[in-house]
Design a protein around this ligand. Structure first.
Ligand SMILES: [Zn+2]
Ligand SMILES: [Zn+2]
Ligand SMILES: [Zn+2]
Length: 291
């Protein structure tokens, strides 16, 4: 090693954790960049508009705790998806010697910006990419192509939604009462993504079709109302029903077809990820929109 090389003990270490904190790990920087993935598998797994993944060699990744909370789901013959069995956050997964780490679960300034968008050909119809980063219709160079999920038959007068494995299914009708792109730290960690995309449907417009008994809820102990739900078979996002609240929160990443409506605004932008820059024309509010 040359005399100008940094000793290993000063390499920037970046901490990561799931929403509940059971799973902790660290990554040795510097990071190479972000892959914003719009494939339907990532959208289902995260329950988000897209996934943002950081790729690191296995030797620069270290588990700290919570390995026994990591559950796995084979999303294709070549890919395994990992998640926290307590809170449903996406967990890092080893793919061909590289750890794929969800950027939404890394803490602090990651010291890198930019990246690329991939599988833009599978992008959610309701999501607009708000930056000028390079875009690939399919995989970015060096990425294996994971097959998109099979398409779900269209429903008459309703929008179908499902988790990653397809066991949890539901439908919604008409337009949601609200639809917010939420950048709060809980949505980012819970969805393991740049931000959440939360639709709120009145109870009468929401129907469970299957798998409700597979859904697990997690509410951070300090949270007043916030909670996430996930499918215990695949770790994919699931609709959130809360006591005494007449709306079901449906993560928009779960929609199987175009619900017609569009997000209204970005909220909690004051808490947004430092590595994510966007301007898609929607209003942006530092916290909540004015009542
Ligand atoms: Zn967890
Ligand atoms: Zn993907
Ligand atoms: Zn599932």
């Amino acid at each position: 090693m040359g005399s100008s090389a940094k000793p290993c003990d000063t390499a920037p270490m970046i901490a990561g954790a799931c929403l509940c904190g059971a799973i902790r790990y660290e990554v040795e920087g510097p990071l190479s960049g972000f892959n914003h993935c719009h494939c339907s598998t990532c959208r289902k797994h995260h329950g988000a508009p897209f996934a943002t993944v950081v790729e690191v060699p296995e030797a620069r990744f270290r588990w700290i705790s919570g390995g026994d909370s990591v559950f796995e789901y084979a999303s294709s013959v070549t890919r395994t998806r990992a998640f926290c069995g307590v809170c449903g956050s996406v967990a890092p997964a080893l793919v061909e010697g590289r750890m794929l780490v969800p950027a939404g679960n890394l803490v602090g300034d990651l010291g890198v910006q930019g990246g690329v968008h991939m599988f833009v050909g599978s992008k959610a119809p309701w999501h607009s990419i708000g930056d000028t980063l390079p875009r690939y219709e399919g995989p970015a160079p060096g990425w294996a192509s994971e097959m998109d999920r099979p398409t779900v038959p269209a429903l008459q007068g309703a929008t179908h939604g499902s988790c990653l494995c397809g066991s949890v299914t539901f439908s919604v009708s008409e337009a949601p009462a609200r639809w917010m792109q939420c950048h709060c730290s809980r949505c980012r960690r819970g969805r393991s993504a740049a931000h959440g995309s939360n639709t709120f449907y009145p109870l009468a417009q929401f129907t469970w079709l299957s798998g409700r008994d597979l859904v697990l809820k997690y509410k951070p102990p300090e949270a007043e109302r916030f909670m996430v739900c996930f499918c215990t078979q695949c770790g994919g996002g699931a609709p959130v029903e809360r006591d005494k609240v007449p709306f079901v929160l449906v993560p928009a990443g779960l929609f199987d077809s175009d619900p017609g409506a569009r997000p209204e605004a970005h909220i909690h932008v004051a808490s947004k990820a430092s590595w994510y820059t966007f301007d898609d024309g929607l209003p942006q509010f530092a916290e909540l929109p004015p009542a």
